[in-house]
Design a protein around this ligand. Structure first.
Ligand code: NDP
Length: 600
């Protein structure tokens, strides 16, 4: 049987031309500078709408074993793995009013995880929890974060609504001095940073954005006081209102169907359409996932990682659109096989990509009734250029009478804003409320934000060291000159679309380093030679995907159209090999990172 979506022999060239044309419609000379950060007059966009009254508390002046910066899954997993190693005083510091990180901040209507919950939710074997849905709603995930924190006793010493303002290594005390915006100044023998990647919301720098008199907020700070309802919907406050939403990425795709149900009229301002694949969410039982067997969750999680990393497996346990399209993730994840004949491989890859995107575009045509709207909703770029999305309600929302798609590609986004609404191509759309589903800045969280200075040995500042000597580390976690500082989820390691899995492997490693340092009365600090050796491993076989991303439509994957820096930024053989490498390394002496003879 022939595949109806398979491209004809001449189609790849035709698609290449169309993709370039569509890219040109969207590239902007100001690149990432087009966005506004939630600072100064826009600072209120980042206020925490979910924290209960923060209240005054006495500043802390004590000493703990480990300070963990960040209470998202990275920090929680670090805490849990440290507990398993028997570490006593672990203090998690978190800017939000509770645990959960991404899932604390993002509570917009329709929020779900788009990775299967049975592989995304960590420590299922350890907590005995079995998710109720194939793709969990956000609240189930946030509650699971709290469940882990409770089980591993992380609440007692946690500091919420607290931002770390500086970390300074004290040579005399052989400890970090941790200062916060609540006046704390305490010592921690070790610091683990788990500050996330997409954490600072960004706003579109639309001319006149400050003039709009209607209501606005960002999806990661949902204003339920205004909209009414819950993440499940029922946004009664929007009845009869003219609502606009800017952004059609993974967030926009989830939020639009819920807004459509309740808004008087919904205007969806789109610049680039997402690829929207089948979701097929459903309730699941423990039996469905074999949760009666010991180690079931670990087995499933490993199986998923192997598939999305291009490794062979006997069975696909998750069997969803991520695993079905895993081969097309090659350009996002460096771990895929290195074919002998690259040229033949690239050509077959392009054909497979065209077939997938044809399937995605055909789906739009099947679902969306209005031909003009359907045309605008079709994505014209290669699969790995943008984050794939999954929904069985998003495209359908455009069949409703109260939903209008406004395409802004020709004007590179919304032209300007007025007191009454937004202007696109000369037409003013009057709105009561405009919601920004415009995503997050890349690479500005934690120690890279400039707001958290880290002074290591001899007062050397981390960002300055990064600028002067470049990114250097051992395995991405530790850096010479910064003793007992472990960075989780940073560069120079390996990543995956299932980020919590990556964070857990990193947390296991961080906890093992701390336990070994404690056992040997040593300091954790790699030698320069160990860093050099790690840089060499990464440079050895770095994949060249820059040309691919340079051709992609702009987005945060390619620096808004500038291509994606290659070079030694990630372990080139992927997450499965990286985790194996860490495990083998831990079984060795650890001598290249543990310096004997800690003064106490
Ligand atoms: P994205 O950065 O992916 O999307 C931002 C959207 O805003 C894009 O559609 C962008 O258009 C649009 N936009 C920005 N500026 C303008 C403008 N001036 N005019 C019109 N449109 C504009 O952010 P998201 O929050 O959607 O997703 C961020 C990431 O978070 C995802 O990639 C994913 O990693 C994660 N996520 C994961 C989920 C999950 O279930 N696991 C769910 C939601 C998010 P353009 O594309 O043209 O730039």
């Amino acid at each position: 049987m022939t595949n109806p979506e398979a491209p004809s022999p001449e189609e790849p060239a035709e698609l290449r031309r169309r993709y370039r044309e569509e890219r040109e419609r969207r590239v902007r000379p100001d690149g990432a500078r087009q966005y506004l950060a939630p600072h100064a007059e826009f600072g209120y966009y980042a206020d925490d709408p979910y924290a209960s009254a923060t209240g005054e508390r006495e500043p802390l002046r004590d000493r703990v074993d480990v300070a963990v910066v960040g209470g998202g899954f990275g920090g929680i997993l670090a805490g849990a793995r440290l507990r398993q190693q028997g570490v006593g005083r672990v203090r998690v510091l978190e800017k939000g009013g509770g645990f959960g990180g991404t899932w604390y901040w993002n509570r917009y209507p329709g929020i779900h995880c788009d990775i299967e919950s049975h592989v995304y939710l960590p420590l299922l074997d350890e907590t005995g929890y079995v998710p109720e849905w194939k793709y969990s709603p956000g609240e189930e995930i946030r509650r699971h974060a709290v469940r882990i924190a409770e089980k591993f006793d992380l609440f007692a010493d946690a500091l919420f609504s607290t931002s770390v303002t500086s970390l300074t290594w004290g040579e005399t005390s052989q400890a970090w001095i941790v200062r916060t915006d609540r006046g704390d100044e305490f010592r921690a023998t070790y610091v683990i940073t788990a500050t996330g990647t997409l954490t600072e919301l960004k706003l579109p720098g639309i001319p006149g954005i400050e003039r709009f008199k209607g209501h606005t907020f960002h999806t990661s700070r949902w204003d339920y006081a205004y909209t009414g309802g819950t993440p499940d919907g029922g946004l009664t406050g929007l009845a009869g209102k003219r609502v606009g939403v800017v952004g059609t990425g993974a967030t926009g795709v989830q939020v639009v169907p819920k807004l459509a149900e309740d808004a008087g009229h919904l205007y969806v301002f789109q610049r680039t359409p997402s690829s929207v694949d089948v979701r097929a969410n459903r309730r699941t039982t423990a039996r469905d996932v074999g949760a009666d067997r010991e180690g079931w969750a670990r087995e499933r999680r490993d199986n998923f990682l192997r598939i999305v990393s291009g490794e062979p497996v006997e069975e696909d346990l998750v069997a969803d659109r991520w695993t079905a399209s895993a081969g097309l993730l090659e350009k996002l994840l460096p771990s895929f096989r290195r074919p002998e004949d690259r040229r033949a491989f690239e050509s077959a890859y392009e054909v497979a990509d065209a077939a997938k995107m044809n399937e995605i575009r055909a789906r739009v045509e099947r679902i969306v009734a209005d031909a003009d709207t359907a045309e605008k909703l079709k994505p014209w770029y290669r699969y790995a250029c943008k984050r794939p999305t999954f929904s069985d309600t998003y495209l359908q929302a455009f069949n409703r009478d109260n939903v209008t798609l406004v395409d802004t590609a020709d004007t590179h986004g919304i032209e300007r804003m007025t007191e009454r609404g937004v202007v696109v191509d000369g037409t003013e759309y009057e709105l009561d409320c405009l919601i920004f589903a415009t995503g997050f800045s890349v690479g500005v969280s934690g120690v890279h934000s400039g707001k958290l200075p880290v002074h290591g040995r001899d007062g050397v500042e981390l960002l300055q060291a990064l600028r002067q000597r470049g990114p250097r580390s051992l395995h991405g976690f530790t850096r010479n000159g910064f003793p007992n500082l472990i960075q989780l989820g940073a560069g120079q390691s390996a990543s995956s679309v299932n980020f919590t899995h990556v964070l857990d492997e990193h947390a296991v490693h961080a906890a093992a380093l701390v336990a070994a340092a404690e056992a040997r009365d040593a300091v954790i600090e790699p030698s320069r030679e160990a860093e050099d050796a790690w840089l060499a491993v990464m440079a050895e076989d770095a994949p060249d995907h820059e040309w691919f991303h340079a051709e992609c439509t702009p987005g945060y994957y390619n620096g808004e159209g500038r291509g994606r820096p290659n070079g030694p930024h990630a372990y080139p053989h992927g997450a499965v090999a990286f985790h194996d490498l860490l495990e083998r390394w831990r079984e060795g002496s650890m001598d290249d990172v543990l310096k004997a003879g800690r003064a106490s």
